[in-house]
Design a protein around this ligand. Structure first.
Ligand SMILES: [Zn+2]
Length: 380
């Protein structure tokens, strides 16, 4: 999932994202809550309509961003008080308000409000944080169940046709796009035969730090609460990569394989292949887009820092094995010139290529998985 923090994948328009084959985008609740504000997005028909994106959207709960604020936040049982990074104003997120915000934004998949445990953390602190996330998961689900009909794209239809009118869809077409590969299970289970698919899917988040026993317990107790998909949170927080892999592999054993399993906040092209092969279905990362804006490009021949003078006279395409619109048309020399001259187009083209490279990487993974299934061998 490319990251579209503020209802925009920086530098790339929605029509280009569609052409690249992006099926689902991630939006950040914390940022959208501050600007332009949830109520504004709701009044404009929800995130899909606001940003003219008919495919699927996932929003995070705001928890991770708030926890990244460090000095600007205070955590209690009730929730988190934090100061805006924009103007220092004080705000409060709880499981209930995080659900309210995400229902107001109206993404297809929304996330329970959790506490991302810092690293390193001792055993006592890790358990206390995991227990808090479990209590918050229950509160998130309870609030969601009570208010799930309040999504912007159901407004005016609650209690009437939307509650089961055969063949009618009031939700964005995004659900259809994602369902081709992995349909959020709650939509299946909640759907009556012939009824409309018209609520969001709320995913739970497994925490437990780097402690494998706590991860198992967190997974089991989150499954007990019951969600249509499960995320592994609290990784990529500064721990060594080998440890990330160990925790992912171990946690996956305790998560149902027939529901989407989402690893939050990873990773490099090599890592996303590795985690997909372990059984992860969904990932998000700012890396391809953020790195692109800094001139760091991922290619089939390794990483390229396009700012380097060695590319000044290089007529070759950025990646000879990439078929994206950038590699088909421009030379490394031109991309290097754009970057060195601080042209806006440098950010646009670099981002298009990096996204294309990531999406191609995942297409190749899906292809190899389907071949594995077709030939009857065990899935990778
Ligand atoms: Zn390319």
């Amino acid at each position: 999932m490319p990251v579209g923090t503020l209802a925009s994948v920086k530098g790339v328009s929605q029509d280009v994202l569609e052409e690249l084959g992006v099926q689902i985008l991630l939006g950040n609740t914390y940022h959208l809550y501050l600007r332009p504000g949830v109520e504004q997005v709701r009044k404009l028909g929800g995130l899909h309509r606001f940003m003219a994106w008919p495919r699927a959207i996932l929003t995070d709960s705001g928890g991770f961003q708030v926890f990244s604020l460090n000095d600007l936040r205070k955590v209690t049982e009730e929730g988190v008080t934090f100061r805006s990074h924009l103007d220092g104003s004080s705000h409060f997120f709880s499981p209930e308000s995080a659900m309210e915000a995400q229902i107001g934004l109206g993404a297809d998949i929304i996330m329970a409000f959790d506490e991302c445990t810092e690293h390193p953390a001792d055993a006592e602190r890790t358990r206390a944080s995991m227990e808090l996330t479990l209590r918050w998961a229950e509160r998130s689900k309870r609030h969601f169940e009570e208010h799930k009909d309040e999504v912007p794209w159901r407004t005016g239809q609650v209690g009437t046709a939307a509650l089961g009118c055969p063949g009618e869809r009031s939700s964005p077409v995004g659900n259809q796009e994602i369902s081709a590969n992995q349909e959020p299970a709650e939509q299946s289970s909640a759907r009556q035969p012939g009824a409309a698919v018209s609520t969001q899917a709320l995913f739970g988040i497994v925490q437990g730090g780097m402690d494998l026993a706590l991860r198992k317990e967190s997974a089991e107790r989150t499954i007990e609460i019951g969600f249509p998909g499960y995320a592994i949170g609290g990784l990529s927080v500064g721990e060594p990569r080998a440890l990330t892999r160990e925790v992912v592999e171990s946690t996956l054993e305790h998560l149902p394989a027939d529901k989407p399993r989402y690893l939050m906040g990873v990773g490099t092209p090599e890592e996303i292949v590795e985690y997909a092969n372990l059984g992860i279905d969904m990932m998000d990362c700012v890396l391809p887009t953020r790195a692109a804006r800094h001139g760091l490009l991922f290619t089939s021949e390794g990483k390229i820092s396009i700012k380097q003078a060695r590319y000044a006279g290089d007529k070759a395409p950025l990646d000879p094995n990439c078929g994206c619109r950038v590699c088909r048309r421009y030379s490394r020399a031109y991309l290097r010139h754009l970057y060195a001259s601080n042209e806006v187009l440098a950010q646009v083209l670099n981002t298009v290529h990096n996204l294309s490279f990531y999406l191609d990487t995942m297409r190749a993974v899906r292809h190899s998985i389907s071949l594995g299934k077709e030939t009857g061998s065990s899935c990778v």
